[in-house]
Design a protein around this ligand. Structure first.
Ligand code: 13P
Ligand code: SF4
Length: 316
């Protein structure tokens, strides 16, 4: 029996991905934290907000979501008739995992009269108990649009919640969750880097702890940090978020220097999300070739989760 020759080299994988993409009318989307080789072949790279917006408007039949599980779920909820593939189903998110849907529902029920805002880094089941979904790119704007006396629950990221409270003057009730990558940056390590690079500006993702937010030259989503670096005129930046973003920063600003910030307990010079890094070129190829793993969301949960995602897209 004749078998299909194995696709081995990276060049052949790229060729096959490109061929299969056309054949299946597929769109490859990648978050900024993906491996460089995936960002290189992606049709669209963005932060969580941009990925959701792009998914909502694409006319592709197949979406390959190179990110983590909740990003695939969000795309599927927005496009129930499309096939949404995720190269590795183990690509989860510690922040999403820090919010159990049953516990969250209980918390919401204990606080009647509160508007429930959930960060997009949550399971579809948590979104189903939510009034408005936000991302780090639009949370401030959306909260600002709500009446000043509105009582708000914000989950699951306490660091982002504290940041939004500080910039909006609100007193939102915060769920005590965090991302294990962003929660591991320390002010001491950044201070050491700053001593060695006094000219460098400090770019901080709002999932980092409050003291880091306070010393930042810019706090923002991955897209906002990228935009700041492009428009600003400093020669050097210390980047306090997952180090995958440096790929696009260096692409967009080839004459500037970007330094990855290390985690507090690590000797390594960067801080990576192992879930994001599970996706590889080979897994993207295999997902396209085999049409799996496919993301599916329970239709009842998807219906409830769609409304707060749509509200986010309408409000931002
Ligand atoms: P943004 O894409 O909104 O910057 O969020 C970062 C993140 O942790 C995604 O998992
Ligand atoms: Fe989740 Fe943190 Fe990884 Fe983003 S970086 S996917 S929030 S674990």
């Amino acid at each position: 029996m004749e078998s299909t020759p194995a696709v081995t080299s990276a060049d052949r994988l790229r060729e096959e991905i490109s061929r299969l993409k056309k054949e299946k009318n597929a769109l490859i989307m990648a978050h900024y934290y993906q491996r460089d080789e995936i960002q290189e072949i992606a049709d669209f790279i963005g932060d969580s907000l941009a990925l959701a917006r792009q998914a909502a408007k694409t006319d592709a039949d197949v979406i390959v979501m190179c990110g983590v599980h909740f990003m695939g779920e969000t795309a599927k909820i927005l496009c129930p008739d499309k096939t949404v593939l995720i190269p590795d189903t183990e690509a989860g998110c510690s922040l999403a995992d820090s919010c159990d849907p049953v516990e969250f529902e209980k918390f919401v029920k204990e606080h009647p009269g509160y508007t429930v805002i959930s960060y997009v880094n949550t399971s579809a089941a948590v979104k189903a108990h939510t009034d408005i979904v936000v991302t780090s790119g639009n949370a401030r704007n959306i909260v600002d649009k709500l009446p000043a006396d509105e009582k708000i629950i914000f989950g699951p990221d306490r660091n982002l919640g504290e940041y939004i409270n500080s910039v909006t003057g609100r007193d939102m009730l915060l769920w005590n969750g965090a991302c294990h990558v962003h929660d591991r940056f320390s002010i001491e390590k950044i201070a050491e880097m700053k001593k060695e690079h006094p000219e460098a500006k400090v770019l901080v993702h709002p999932e980092c702890r409050r003291p880091l937010q306070l010393i930042a030259d810019k706090v923002g989503s991955t897209a906002a940090l990228l935009d700041f670096a492009e428009k600003d005129n400093a020669p050097e930046y210390i980047v306090v978020t997952e180090s995958g973003i440096l790929f696009e920063m260096r692409n967009k600003c080839p004459h500037k220097k970007f330094l990855a910030a290390p985690a507090e307990d690590s000797e390594c010079q960067c801080n990576q999300c192992e879930y994001m890094k599970l996706n590889t070129l080979r897994k993207v190829y295999e997902a396209l070739r085999d049409g799996r793993p496919e993301i599916n969301v329970d239709p009842e949960i998807a219906e409830k989760a769609l409304r707060p995602i749509e509200r986010m897209l309408e409000m931002s």
